[in-house]
Write a protein that binds this ligand. Structure first.
Ligand SMILES: [Zn+2]
Length: 457
């Protein structure tokens, strides 16, 4: 009997999924939303405001490292502008964030010839002593090679000159490089900048220490210099470097997550949270990463107001603080809001390039329904709706079971040319791409906010 009941339940639930998928097929969406999608796309294509705001945010406030005055001025501006737009409940929610500062950094090669080796210290690194660190370089391609050669490391500067095979594979040397080198007695460590582009460009980013292992300074050099140092070693001319790094970790500073809402017309207590992160590294002006994410999410929702769309659910624009070196904003949002009913978390943090799709991680019924909406984007691009999606700031909420969504773009490999470097400036972003990203996000969020309630219960 128990088995029979179980079997009936399974049949009923399969049937429900099937019925939903049948009810919400492609023709349902085309009929109901094609005019709305067209209106969104047409409005967005001629909208001058998003790009002007992006330029203003990047140029006037500049880089926005956590703890900096620049970041808090940006946050004040965002709050003022969102109020002017007519968002509801606009506010800053307090978050204490790490406060690491870069003052000076220099590296001289003193053997086999004298020259400057430009460096950028990695975020969270300690300083060198005032009179610097002078040592020979040992160059390795991997942690495995370092382990094999651990007896040669004591008193040296370890250089991780790995072969770049994608960001994910390179970033471990930035993140853990100092810990592993210090374990074997290194006095400092350097990495080849984490980027596919060989153009004397320097890329910073977050690194960590472990309490039980001595802390050593950790910095990035250009791919060209990493290759030069390795070649010198191969000639038997092991380079000797002098490193001077003046950086400091100050006490945590007060920052804020920015919040502004459109209250849902039918289900005000069901929330879609959407945003990017306001902070950036201190090189360049954090334009792709991630002023652009703040602008596209904010302006996608602002567009609802401009063309008179009233979402059934509450759309909460959240611009998270401190994604880069702590994720304190994302964690604080979860601590404050996890008991409210969130039906979606959306983040855009992968730069602005032509949009190509939507990724969704949630239940498969919703995903199969969303796949039937792809035609609505055809005036932007041939759109692919697939499983996946997420973002660092929304991860704490997603871990509690809330579905995630994000926009896919075709960056042609270029995002990591600029990422965390002085070249991440607003001139790298095309207005047409920005406006197409906004239109795609607006369509995705509006449709999601309009889905039937049964899907979320
Ligand atoms: Zn980012």
């Amino acid at each position: 009997m128990k088995n029979l009941l179980f079997f009936i339940c399974i049949i009923l639930s399969i049937n429900t999924i099937y019925t939903f998928a049948m009810d919400f097929d492609e023709s349902y969406f085309n009929k109901k939303y094609s005019q709305i999608a067209e209106k969104i796309i047409n409005y967005s294509k001629q909208n001058e405001q998003p790009y002007s705001r992006l330029q203003y945010m990047c140029d006037v406030f500049g880089p926005r490292l956590s703890g900096s005055e620049n970041l808090e001025k940006t946050i004040e501006w965002l709050i003022d502008e969102m109020k002017k737009d007519g968002f509801e409940n606009v506010r800053g929610e307090e978050v204490f964030v790490p406060h690491w500062v870069r003052r000076n950094e220099k590296c001289n090669m003193i053997y086999p010839r004298k020259t400057d080796i430009p460096i950028v210290t990695l975020g969270g690194s300690i300083a060198t002593p005032k009179n610097g660190i002078k040592a020979q370089v040992i160059s390795v391609k991997s942690f495995e090679e370092l382990e094999k050669r651990k007896d040669e490391v004591k008193g040296k500067i370890v250089l991780y000159n790995y072969d770049y095979q994608g960001y994910g594979k390179g970033v471990k040397y930035r993140f853990y490089g100092a810990v592993i080198a210090a374990k074997y007695g290194a006095v400092a460590s350097l990495i080849r900048s984490v980027s596919p582009k060989i153009s004397q460009n320097l890329h910073t980013g977050m690194m960590i220490y472990e309490d039980t292992i001595p802390k050593i300074p950790h910095a990035a050099i250009s791919p060209e210099d990493a290759m030069l140092l390795e070649r010198l070693i191969s000639y038997g001319k092991t380079p000797e470097l002098e490193l001077f790094i003046d950086v400091e970790t100050l006490p945590d500073a007060l920052s804020h997550n920015v919040i502004g809402e459109i209250i849902g017309s039918e289900y005000p207590n069901e929330i879609i949270a959407i945003g990017g992160h306001t902070d950036s590294w201190d090189l360049g002006t954090g334009s792709h990463d991630n002023a652009s994410g703040c602008i596209v999410t904010w302006e996608a929702i602002n567009l609802f107001k401009k063309i008179g769309l009233k979402p059934k659910r509450t759309i909460r624009v959240v611009q998270w603080t401190n994604e880069e070196n702590g994720v304190r904003g994302g964690n604080a949002y979860k601590d404050t809001h996890q008991n409210e009913k969130h039906i979606l978390m959306f983040e855009h943090d992968s730069g602005i390039f032509p949009p190509t799709g939507i990724r969704f991680s949630g239940n498969d019924t919703i995903l199969s329904i969303l796949k039937n909406t792809s035609k609505l984007y055809e005036k932007i691009a041939d759109f692919n709706i697939s499983k996946g999606g997420g973002g660092v700031d929304i991860t704490p909420m997603v871990k509690t079971g809330v579905p995630a969504m994000s926009l896919e773009t075709n960056d042609d490999g270029k995002y990591f040319y600029y990422h965390h470097s002085s070249t991440d400036t607003v001139d790298k972003i095309k207005k047409e791409d920005l406006n197409d990203c906004i239109a795609a996000i607006a369509i995705a969020i509006y449709i999601y906010s309009d889905l039937p309630s049964d899907l979320f219960n």
